[in-house]
Design a protein around this ligand. Structure first.
Ligand SMILES: Cc1cc2nc3c(=O)[nH]c(=O)nc-3n(C[C@H](O)[C@H](O)[C@H](O)COP(=O)(O)OP(=O)(O)OC[C@H]3O[C@@H](n4cnc5c(N)ncnc54)[C@H](O)[C@@H]3O)c2cc1C
Length: 470
């Protein structure tokens, strides 16, 4: 629990109505979208402005109270579970779109703005913010920036990092800094904006962000390619890109995923095929038409059994929505859903899909696989039950092998969901001891008292490397 002195100081900053430490409120913020990391915070605080955030950080730094910044808590790495207690910092009152600048093509927002609200606001002005995590209806921009989130349009347009051009950040000692600007070019000093993006709330609190916008693409078209062979679908992905076509979206869903998504969305998805690619292109009408024809031809050459073009924008939207619902659909199957995001070079997609299936068989688990195939970013997802300890042991071993395989293929343990508490023990596999030492030095320099999201990213113990045996 917070010492009385600290509690009184924090209440004096935000006022009583923005400070909660009832058991119910603490329980609500004890978990996020990740299973198995639930832990109670000591208090939940909702600052109204940057100055209040700075004052809170000064107090917490003085008394060494952990701070867990939290947007909507949809992260999938235990990133907002207060595993070391302390306060949860909520941005529900800092949720304004401050400016849409049509001359510089930027939008400036507070961290608590919901991603879709911002996307809709800029689209109403004919502008486009491409990063579109499937959780965009509920996720916040602060969360997107701190996880460097991707989405269905990542292949062509990149991820959140590629659109963050300026930040206001409160440092652990309460200093307020501004990084970047509304600038196309800026090499003045270290790139602190990029350092903050993806830092998972461990280096500073983002209180304002300026994001780059682009003009809305003229048209878009969507198609499905159906396969009876998983490897053929995966090969098509590599071949489309090798043919120098970069579609907006190139998503993969295997049969188990198709079945649960169709059961959930009821939009007539094919469930009698082994895999589907959801492919979309946007841009000038003639380019879209040409690319779609070319991609359909490549898919047929790679044994697609059928190509289905979406007949209308409504139909295309239903397909995108169904894909975005994959996690929610799988989550209906069993009490616990473990979703991972092993990522490999695009050329290794076929090998990775095959390895995931072999590992699922080896550990006798049902693993649905879907994901941003064009980015090499797969989401093997296991519906399980945390109460079944024997099965959870197998799940853990299977995912360790999946991460190991991804690294072996030149990939990484997470493409977009972040490290948090969940993948911290595996980070050394990717970065090696020397890489972790550099990150530790940065963390210690900026947050010497380790008050910002402690227990995340940096593991107390790293996992031993799994040797994949088959
Ligand atoms: C159904 C579903 C679908 C998803 N689909 C995708 C997807 O397609 N692509 C993808 O990349 N992810 C996806 N995710 C994961 C998740 O939605 C993203 O990571 C998202 O960006 C998190 O946003 P949030 O507001 O919920 O942030 P939170 O979960 O609340 O926080 C995320 C991290 O940011 C930190 N943080 C939040 N705000 C601040 C701030 N102002 N300053 C400093 N640190 C802060 C937190 O401490 C935490 O470490 C999905 C999750 C779900 C449940």
């Amino acid at each position: 629990m917070l010492a009385n002195e600290v509690r009184e100081k924090l209440i004096a900053i935000v006022s009583r109505e923005n400070f909660e430490d009832s058991k119910t409120e603490r329980l609500v913020y004890s978990y996020d979208a990740t299973p198995n990391f639930q832990s109670l915070p000591d208090a939940v605080i909702s600052p109204r402005n940057t100055q209040e955030v700075a004052e809170i950080l000064k107090v917490c730094n003085e008394y060494k109270v952990p701070i867990v910044p939290r947007g909507s808590g949809t992260n999938l790495c235990g990133g907002t579970c207060p595993t070391e207690g302390g306060i949860v910092l909520l941005f529900k009152q800092m949720n304004q779109i401050l400016e849409i600048d049509e001359e510089n093509l930027t939008v400036t927002v507070q961290p608590g703005v919901i991603t879709l609200d911002m996307t809709n606001a800029v689209e109403a002005r004919g502008l486009f913010y491409p990063p579109d995590p499937s959780s965009m209806k509920i996720s916040t921009i602060g969360g997107n920036i701190n996880e460097n989130s991707g989405g269905l349009r990542g292949l062509k347009y990149g991820v959140t990092r590629d659109y963050v051009i300026a930040l206001e950040v409160v440092m652990p000692n309460g200093d307020i800094i501004r990084t970047g600007g509304k600038l196309a070019k800026d090499v003045a000093g270290y790139d602190l904006t990029r350092l903050m993006v993806g830092s998972e709330g461990t280096l500073g609190i983002i209180t304002e962000a300026t994001l780059k916008l682009i003009p809305m693409p003229e048209t878009k078209k969507t198609m499905l390619a159906l396969y009876q062979d998983l490897s053929a679908a995966a090969r098509s992905v590599s071949k489309i890109i090798a043919n120098k076509i970069i579609p907006t979206t190139l998503e993969f869903l295997d049969q188990p995923t198709l079945k649960v998504v169709e059961d959930f969305a009821q939009i007539g998805l094919p469930t009698d095929v082994q895999a589907v690619l959801l492919i979309e292109q946007d841009g000038p009408a003639e380019v879209v038409e040409r690319d779609l024809q070319k991609m359909a031809e490549i898919c047929r050459q790679e044994q697609a059994v059928s190509i289905q073009m979406a007949a209308s924008e409504e139909e295309a939207d239903a397909l995108r929505t169904a894909r975005r619902a994959a996690l929610s659909a799988i989550a209906r199957l069993k009490p616990t859903t473990i979703l991972e995001d092993a990522t490999v070079p695009r050329s290794e997609i076929a090998n990775m899909v095959q390895a995931i299936n072999e590992i699922a068989d080896k550990y006798k688990l049902d693993i649905c696989t879907f994901g941003h195939a064009g980015d090499g970013n797969l989401h093997p997802t296991c519906a399980t039950d945390a109460r079944n300890h024997e099965e959870m042991e197998r799940v853990e071993q299977a995912f360790a092998e999946i991460f190991s395989k991804a690294i072996e293929l030149g990939g990484t343990i997470t493409g977009e969901h972040g490290v948090g508490a969940m993948k911290a023990p595996y980070l050394e596999w990717k970065l090696k001891k020397e890489g972790i030492a550099v990150m530790t030095a940065i963390k210690q320099a900026l947050d010497p008292n380790n008050i910002l999201n402690p227990g995340k990213v940096f593991a107390k113990d790293s996992r031993k490397r799994v040797v994949v045996t088959r």
